[in-house]
Write a protein that binds this ligand. Sequence first.
Ligand code: FES
Ligand code: FE
Length: 399
Amino acid sequence: LFLGDESELPNPGDYVTRTMGGDHVIVGRGDDGKIRGFLNSCRHRRMPLCRADAGTTRRFVCPYHAWTYDITGALRTTSFDQHYQHFDLAQHGLVPVTQLATYRGLIFGNWDAQACSLDEHLADKKWYLDMLFARTPGGMTVLDAPQRWIIETNWKIPALNFMDTQHAITVHKGPMTMGQAAGAPPLDVIAKIADGTPQVCFPQGHGLVTRAIDPNMPEFFGYPPELVSLYKQTLPHDQLAQFRTGPPGVGTIFPNTSWIETLLGVAADKPPTIFFNLRSWQPLAPNKIEVWSWIFADKEASAEWRAESYRVGLQTFGIGGIFDEDDSEVWASVSRVMQGPMASRQFMEFSAGHSTPPLEGYPGPGTAYPSLLSEHAQYGFIRRWKQMMELDQAGSESL
Ligand code: FES
Ligand code: FE
């Protein structure tokens, strides 16, 4: 489960509070520079220890009876130590997130000690993530605190939607047409290019759609030239070749983290701009999620370009983003109608392009299929989810 980005915790003592399903956790950086995660619940009467979204601290003092913990989760004092005879402070630290690991600055947590490592879980997907998070020497940085909003839908619907290109052409017809006004390719051109652009699936349930590049556009259209020269210096030859012709535009990291990096413009008087948005779909209930949404930029990007990229990102993919408004209405409607006694017994359909074999000779890892308009990646996600739902505890080791 995605917890945040290291750039949110630049200094010792920095922390953020996040959720892992129904659990609230603190993620903080210690004096040793190490990032740790803990249940945000005091060991005494289980009071939530920290009520802020983010901050910098030396100590977390529980609001109930003042048990006091440091940023490594260690209990320093109960404030009434003389009354706790035979009590070992060292045995009463905060409950740590069982597996906490980072990849290219992205922090993930898992409560299951038997689950595979983050490295094994991301597997071949890392090759593509590097084109986003390791394409400059500094990597990516978050531009602000995450936006958060609630949608009455099941978390899997948006996770699937971030591998769904058909809907981009239909549901988003309005904003896509506005993009056209700002210089992006016309909708019919996008649809045609999308049909010849690959999507990639991974056995771990991840999927991605490569970005449909209009061959009539200049190379690396939408990125500032100073960043393009860094990409060329930093990315290995094979990844640069992929980034040039089919960058990882939209995708889902199984289970509930998705991203989009694309070229959009919503102001007719300004050229379209690349932005990068990462979000997690936090389940609050079977049909209720909280979206956590971060906008990132390459660390080396100029202040002007960051500001423009942030503006376009928020106006398209954010709490008031014109694309999110289209999407959330659809996602909530699907969840609403599927609660009907008859509707809840019906199945969804994921067969578009299913008889098309994988691309032969595709240069990247993963299994690639030739069209963005097929549903292979979504099918792979739902198949993986079904596998995990059917596992008993003994089976989890074999994953
Ligand atoms: Fe935290 Fe009592 S619940 S000190
Ligand atoms: Fe959408």
